[in-house]
Write a protein that binds this ligand. Structure first.
Ligand SMILES: NC(=O)C1=CN([C@@H]2O[C@H](COP(=O)(O)OP(=O)(O)OC[C@H]3O[C@@H](n4cnc5c(N)ncnc54)[C@H](O)[C@@H]3O)[C@@H](O)[C@H]2O)C=CC1
Ligand SMILES: NCC(=O)COP(=O)(O)O
Length: 341
């Protein structure tokens, strides 16, 4: 199949004042070097045109629909127009842009369900901007599961995984205050999360027998209960349950010693109890080439691992590498899962 015969991937705009437009434009500009599959950007063509001028790059922007994107892609940057509705200044987020940002994500999900794209890649959103506008979800991860439920009537448990060449890491709890982590953790949550990870590593990552290293919550995984009880009372029984089901999960491991080079050779994915326990090692080991992928959804979704980086938007210094990795991973997963159907 040639690139022009392929269904495109949907690429949401993200916060228009962030680096989403910058990295989308530069990824397209370097499409041959990166061997990028076709994508369709869902956002505001005017924002792109202004940003391209600010970046002093020459990118022909062509409005089209998903069906036309693959043939447009080699010669122009394909855009499915979703207007922002206000003037956008790079680096200056504005609550008035939230509606368009959300509409872009919703459109990408619809295209996935309608079979018009192979999957979706999201550019970063600024959660605080969306919260100010009344957005009721912690981030894309939970919003996408809700959109999937609205579309199918089924409930999905979305699981965030940061995937890079050196480490795959999953936070069991995601965007909640650290003080709420111990009460949010439960045996059922750890078990459900690990089941989804084990299944998706098999079906989406070609890992026949995934090994799951499960972190403890407390220092030294609780030191036999002397430094906290969750490791023994919640995480250990969850691991026993998973092992009974034939899932190769082990731990709870002291989190401080499970990310060095030797330790990482013993597992395929680290299951972590909270956001920073997973995302600090993931970004330290591969900020430019790690990808945020949502497991447990009925469609493919990836994203760069970084955020909106308002401080560098429009300045020509944002690196497109993590977005490129996200596009490539979404493409690989969608081709692999298509082949399995
Ligand atoms: N997938 C998503 O939608 C994500 C959204 N965010 C959101 O992004 C906003 C900003 O978050 P921060 O913690 O400041 O993280 P950030 O990732 O936006 O920035 C952290 C640092 O890395 C630099 N950086 C980030 N991406 C870069 C790139 N591609 N090239 C060169 N330098 C880069 C920034 O300039 C900054 O110094 C927050 O509102 C957060 O909610 C954060 C992570 C993921
Ligand atoms: N820290 C990761 C992040 O903020 C991405 O969250 P999401 O928008 O993918 O749910």
């Amino acid at each position: 199949m040639t690139a022009a015969d392929m269904l495109p991937l949907a690429l949401s705009q993200g916060d228009p004042a962030g680096i989403g437009p910058d990295i989308a434009l530069t990824a397209w500009l370097n499409r041959d070097q990166h061997q990028l599959p076709p994508f369709i950007f869902i956002g505001d063509p005017a924002v792109l045109a202004v940003r391209a001028r600010e970046l002093e790059i020459d990118v022909p922007i062509r409005e089209t629909d998903a069906a036309g994107a693959a043939s447009v892609f080699s010669g122009a940057f394909p855009v499915l127009p979703v207007p922002v509705g206000v003037d956008v200044v790079a680096g200056e987020p504005h609550v008035a842009t939230a509606k368009g940002t959300i509409a872009s994500i919703e459109t990408a999900v619809s295209l996935c369900f309608d079979g018009k794209v192979r999957g979706m890649v999201t550019n970063p959103i600024a959660k605080s901007v969306l919260y100010e506008a009344g957005f009721g979800f912690p981030g894309h991860t939970e919003f996408l599961a809700d959109l999937a439920k609205k579309r199918t009537g089924k409930t999905f448990h979305p699981v965030m995984m940061l995937a890079g060449p050196k480490l795959k890491a999953v936070p069991v709890t995601i965007h909640i205050p650290i003080k709420d982590v111990p009460t949010a953790l439960s045996e059922a949550l750890v078990v459900d999360t690990c089941r989804i990870v084990a299944e998706d590593l098999k079906t989406r990552f070609r890992l026949a027998h995934p090994r799951l290293a499960v972190a403890g919550l407390n220092p030294h995984a609780g030191e036999d209960g002397a430094i906290g009880h969750e490791d023994q009372d919640i995480i250990h029984p969850a691991i026993m349950q998973l092992r009974e089901e034939g899932i190769d999960a082990f731990g709870p491991l002291p989190a401080d010693t499970m990310f060095h080079d030797d330790a990482r050779r013993r597992y395929d994915v680290a299951i972590c109890m909270y956001h920073d326990q997973a995302l600090i090692p993931a970004k330290a080991l591969g900020f430019d080439d790690s990808v945020n992928v949502t497991l447990g959804l009925p469609f493919v979704r990836t994203s760069p691992d970084h955020g909106t980086a308002f401080g560098i938007a429009g300045k020509g210094i944002a690196r497109e590498k993590s977005l490129v990795a996200a596009i490539q991973l979404a493409s690989e997963i969608s081709l692999l899962t298509e082949a399995q159907i």
